[in-house]
Design a protein around this ligand. Structure first.
Ligand code: NDP
Length: 282
């Protein structure tokens, strides 16, 4: 049976360190503050928002919520972003995406002050993930995978890592973060010729495709470390990952569960980025 790498202990260890840091900032007269911007009421956004509020409260981060209806205009949202940019009390901004189709998402992301981009949505943040300059913040989910690997003592140097998925939110930035830790990285996608074979070669396999249970026995080899980023609803209405958990449990060396794996660490990473931004912006 594989080890179950749960997210909760990782989140807890991170949170304990963050509480100390938040208190130090407060002594300096800085109240770390996150703006959460949501357009509409998608259940997954509401669920993540509840998690973020809880985590911020635990750490000691103040949250200002900006909620727009899904009928709000592009201009309305742009005004909110500009308001956040000039508000000296706000250190970081979480914007739920995708935005409604009538809004120009690229323009909205580009308008956010990069110094407050704690979820890696601006081109500047992604560039810094690419160059490793340390100037911006990687997307929280990609960083959460790295926190899990570090917490459970995985030394990535020289390891073959395979990432399934090449989105700008998860797959691509994650590949860069893995590379920075000296893994040998392969990124797979829908045009990959033989996905099972690529996956089987991995020592560290990270699934971020958004397809329920697509990583099965054919993709797995004994001893692999398997991180499951996917959050999907199966035919029976259950929340499942991209990895067939039963198969991974039998074959792999370790696997993150869904729910309770990568997703449980993301809000702690968000909180960590807010504190970093508060330290820098002051
Ligand atoms: P996207 O839909 O933006 O990207 C999916 C990627 O997976 C694409 O690159 C796509 O390839 C690839 N892909 C899809 N199907 C296959 C397949 N059958 N074989 C190989 N590659 C495939 O999704 P996201 O990156 O935004 O999210 C991925 C998953 O992670 C989702 O389940 C999402 O819910 C979850 N997620 C979880 C978070 C968390 O905190 N745990 C946070 C964010 C996302 P191509 O480029 O060729 O189309």
């Amino acid at each position: 049976m594989a080890e179950h790498w749960k997210g909760a202990p990782v989140a807890q260890a991170l949170t304990e360190r963050l509480i100390v840091k938040a208190n130090q900032l407060k002594v300096q007269g800085i109240v770390p503050t996150l703006a959460i911007v949501r357009v509409g009421e998608r259940p997954e956004d509401l669920s993540y928002e509840r998690g973020a509020l809880k985590r911020c409260e635990k750490v000691g981060i103040r949250v200002k919520q900006f909620t727009l209806t899904k009928e709000a205009s592009h201009g309305d949202l742009m005004e909110v972003i500009q308001q956040i940019n000039v508000d000296r009390e706000i250190h970081g901004c979480l914007l739920f995406r995708p935005l409604p189709a009538h809004m120009d998402e690229d323009a909205i992301c580009a308008a956010l002050d990069p110094a407050k981009d704690v979820d890696g949505i601006t081109a500047g943040s992604l560039a810094s993930v690419f160059t490793g300059s340390g100037a911006g913040y990687p997307p929280c989910t990609a960083q959460a995978c790295m926190e899990i690997l570090e917490h459970y003592g995985c030394d990535l140097t020289g390891k073959r890592a395979v990432v399934v998925g090449r989105s700008l939110v998860v797959g691509r930035p994650l590949a860069m973060l893995l590379l920075r830790k000296n893994a040998t990285v392969t990124v797979c996608h829908t045009r990959t010729a033989d996905l099972p074979a690529e996956c089987r070669r991995a020592e560290v396999l990270i699934a971020a495709a958004g397809v329920a249970n697509m990583i099965g026995r054919d993709h797995l080899t004994p001893g692999q470390l398997v991180l499951d980023v996917g959050i999907n609803v199966d035919q029976d209405g259950n929340l499942v990952g991209d990895v067939d958990f039963t198969a991974a449990d039998e074959i792999a060396g370790a696997v993150t569960p869904v729910p309770g794996g990568v997703g449980a660490v993301t809000t702690s990473v968000l909180a960590a980025h807010v504190l970093q931004a508060a330290e820098q912006i002051g």
